[in-house]
Design a protein around this ligand. Structure first.
Ligand SMILES: Nc1ncnc2c1ncn2[C@@H]1O[C@H](COP(=O)(O)OP(=O)(O)O)[C@@H](O)[C@H]1O
Ligand SMILES: [Mg+2]
Length: 209
């Protein structure tokens, strides 16, 4: 079983978008997949409820109050982390994760918060000892804008690899509302966005061995 934690202390950076997209990609590939939703807003669980009856099955676990045990027999567990993560929460979550995916938006406040979070991650023993894969994902990128260019400068200063860059598009709120993902929606427009997830999905496939 591969367990993927999606986290950052910045709200609105795309944690739920990334968590639901990864779960959707895994499930669509035939892997037995579950989401552990640790956020009191339960956005991932609400997304699950909106899924079409014909969509690939994903189990949902409400871990907003207490971190549950990863169910047995799973291929992939995706953990949607809360924004308000305390030191202890970060350590507990990293304990059960193989990979930590950190979405980050362009903008000074987002970069500041992400620096904070990555420094905290770097201080966790399992990460320090290279026992966890950490992957940063740039989200809501608007190519050619100053903030997006600045994000690239910021990325150059990180001690962690940046594995994917996702463009800003209204397709994401639309997929959130439909309980779907750009990966599962097979039209041409979705496909151009789905391609941007490939490096992250490849890294996760490699981590799964
Ligand atoms: N690449 C993107 N382009 C446009 N909107 C996005 C993108 N990623 C996320 N969003 C939207 O931004 C909002 C916040 O994203 P969400 O995944 O809920 O963040 P978090 O879980 O970190 O709070 C949602 O409305 C979501 O649909
Ligand atoms: Mg969320």
């Amino acid at each position: 079983m591969l367990s993927v934690l999606v986290g950052n202390i910045k709200g609105g950076c795309g944690k739920t978008t990334v968590a639901t997209h990864l779960a959707s990609a895994f499930a669509a590939a035939g892997l037995k997949t579950a989401i552990g939703d640790c956020d009191i807003q339960r956005s991932s669980l609400n997304w699950l409820r909106r899924r079409a009856g014909t969509a690939a099955a994903i189990a949902g676990h409400d871990w907003a109050k207490d971190l549950g045990k990863p169910p047995k027999g799973l291929d992939r567990l995706v953990i949607d982390a809360p924004a308000a993560m305390h030191h202890k929460d970060v350590e507990d979550l990293i304990d059960i994760a193989d990979v930590v995916v950190v979405p980050v938006l362009p903008g000074a406040f987002d970069e500041d918060a992400t620096s904070h979070f990555l420094a905290r991650l770097a201080g966790v023993k399992a990460v320090r000892k290279n026992k966890r894969v950490v992957a940063v994902v740039g989200n809501r990128i608007r190519p050619g804008t100053k903030v997006s260019e600045h994000l690239d400068v910021f990325f150059g200063s990180l001690g962690f690899p940046v594995v994917a860059r996702l463009r800003d598009s209204q397709i994401y709120p639309a997929m959130a509302a439909a309980g779907s993902s750009v990966i599962e929606a097979h039209d041409r427009r979705a496909k151009s966005y789905a391609d941007e997830w490939k490096p992250l999905l490849d890294l996760l496939a490699k981590a799964a061995g």
